[in-house]
Design a protein around this ligand. Sequence first.
Ligand SMILES: Nc1nc2c(ncn2[C@@H]2O[C@H](COP(=O)(O)OP(=O)(O)O)[C@@H](O)[C@H]2O)c(=O)[nH]1
Ligand SMILES: [Mg+2]
Length: 298
Amino acid sequence: MPDATAPTAESILNGDPRAIARAATLIENRHPCGEELLRALFPHTGRALVAGLTGQPGAGKSTLVSALAAEYRRRSLRVAILAVDPSSPFSGGAILGDRVRMMAHHGDPSVFIRSMATRGNLGGLAPATADLALLCDAAGFDVVLIETVGVGQDEIDVARLAGVTVVVLVPGMGDGIQALKAGILETATLFAINKSERPGASDLARELHAEAPRIPIFHTIATEPAASDASGVPALAAAILDARPNAARLAVLWRWRLRGMLLERLASRIDEAKLAAAAEQVAAGARDPYSVVEEWAG
Ligand SMILES: Nc1nc2c(ncn2[C@@H]2O[C@H](COP(=O)(O)OP(=O)(O)O)[C@@H](O)[C@H]2O)c(=O)[nH]1
Ligand SMILES: [Mg+2]
């Protein structure tokens, strides 16, 4: 489907910021032009390191992402930041807050920042975010940092699609570890205990180590100057780069990703009117649901 507003693959490969922003919008809206573009760009991807940072609201993820971005810029790496906000209508302020925080990088063409709203995203959050990460990869960004709130399944899915997943925790979170266990803990590549100047940081580290002994733990104070060793940010930034997934891990990631893409495509084929009619028949006892599924998907 030709679209006058769709940027060329070449403009993305050249890192043209306006082209990247327009492509990101097409991809976020699941426009067919976005997919066409990604298909052309795919052979030029695979260089970027994609890291997801997840954790409870207020853990300091945005602050930490901004600090990591500053550290990577210090190393002359280009950084893309994708901030995924929960779909709650109460989160409007959070988007604004993140924007303000990220102003530190405003005007730096080597930092691309995108806030994504999950609300009204038809195809699901994870596929759109993963596609945006590919776009940034093709556009030449060395590191893609995805901030996601580790609360819902959608967010866990986002974390699962990143090559490296940093679970951000804070001391004194009480039974927080138990709550985390359900989903996000097993997706962790690294733990960051942020606000580690607070009491309880070493207790939390002990608890985490008992729970997941093989996952490295970093102590950070994201509000300290990023370059200072006291912030713990240079060490975390280096560990993220070192955790680059190997070929076997990438295949696992792509298996999840392909499954998600297939489900997204199949879901889009469901004829809603036909579905509603069949549902009425099943509800009235005129048909059994198994034969409906067999007839459509068999
Ligand atoms: N004391 C302290 N405060 C922090 C630290 N990191 C972030 N904060 C503060 O925690 C609050 C929430 O941070 P934010 O980055 O918005 O958290 P997010 O919701 O996880 O993105 C802000 O007021 C930050 O300034 C830290 O290491 N120590
Ligand atoms: Mg945030």
